[in-house]
Design a protein around this ligand. Structure first.
Ligand code: ZN
Ligand code: ZN
Length: 274
């Protein structure tokens, strides 16, 4: 059973209103043994509304202070770790590197929320290009990130873009992992060769795609290529979502040939039997 949720947010993230304490209490209630907060930091995020400017830049000192108090308060009931979800773009790698060197993070998720200065969460991402081109651009940018940056532990929700293919263009193209297997191979090899890992993110199971990110075929392919480091996270932004669909994630891991999953403390990997 998976008892470690290694991707969750609290009100220190710009898109989350849940108090950190409520996330911890919900995690205890869900029977989790250990959790890691992974608050958002996206340098130069492509804000659409001017009033949102800066919302994805983390107040790390405030986050650290709030974390330390609660970690101690609940230490007899659950182990709480200090992580970050770093949204990367090729032109923000240096700034991201400096940030992570200044704080004692247990765990760092690298993510792509923006590609070519647009967030594929919004349909305008595909303006003037085909759906397939837009998806390939996204994976190309992940490749650029993992080639130029190694200050992370796992790459988060690697096919995040697939969650948000615009409904109004759904007839144009249906995502197939095989169409991008070639670029996944290069990305995974780079991740494995640099001693990094990936995560299984279960939040898409509650969304339109009703699947993990990345998809089970990608997890299987990662294992085939020799990938061993893999964490599991629900990416909860609400207390009721902590540890959600972990039974499904466990099945995806087993089907891919894993009998373990990982956590990190002080940036060091630990392996846990399924
Ligand atoms: Zn994310
Ligand atoms: Zn997240």
């Amino acid at each position: 059973m998976i008892q470690h949720d290694y991707h969750m947010h609290s009100f220190y993230s710009g898109d989350c209103k849940a108090p950190m304490e409520e996330m911890i209490l919900a995690s205890i209630k869900a029977g989790l043994k250990q959790i890691c907060f992974t608050e958002h930091n996206d340098y130069d995020y492509c804000y659409i509304k001017p009033e949102e400017t800066g919302m994805f830049e983390l107040d790390t000192p405030a986050y650290r202070e709030g974390y330390l108090k609660l970690k101690d308060k609940y230490k007899d009931q659950i182990k709480v770790c200090f992580g970050i979800e770093l949204g990367l773009q090729p032109h923000t790698l240096q700034e991201s590197r400096e940030l992570v060197l200044h704080y004692p993070f247990d765990f760092i998720i690298a993510s792509s929320h923006v590609c070519k200065k647009k967030d594929p969460y919004y349909p305008y991402y595909y303006d003037g290009i085909s759906i397939k081109e837009g998806i390939r651009d996204y994976f190309e940018e992940i490749l650029t990130n993992v080639s130029g940056y190694t200050d992370y532990d796992v790459y988060g929700h690697m096919d995040y873009i697939v969650r948000y293919i615009p409904l109004e263009r759904a007839s144009e193209y249906t995502y197939r992992f095989d169409d991008f297997k070639d670029i996944f191979e290069v990305i995974f090899k780079k991740i494995i060769d640099t001693g990094k890992g990936i995560e299984i993110n279960t939040s898409g199971l509650q969304q339109r795609i009703a699947e993990t990110n990345p998809c089970p075929e990608a997890v299987r392919f990662y294992k085939e290529l020799g990938g061993e480091i893999i964490t599991v996270g629900a990416d909860a932004h609400k207390p009721e979502r902590v540890g959600a669909n972990f039974d499904y994630a466990e099945q995806v891991l087993r089907d891919a040939g894993f009998n373990h999953y990982c956590t990190f403390e002080g940036r060091n990997v630990r392996f846990h039997n399924l």
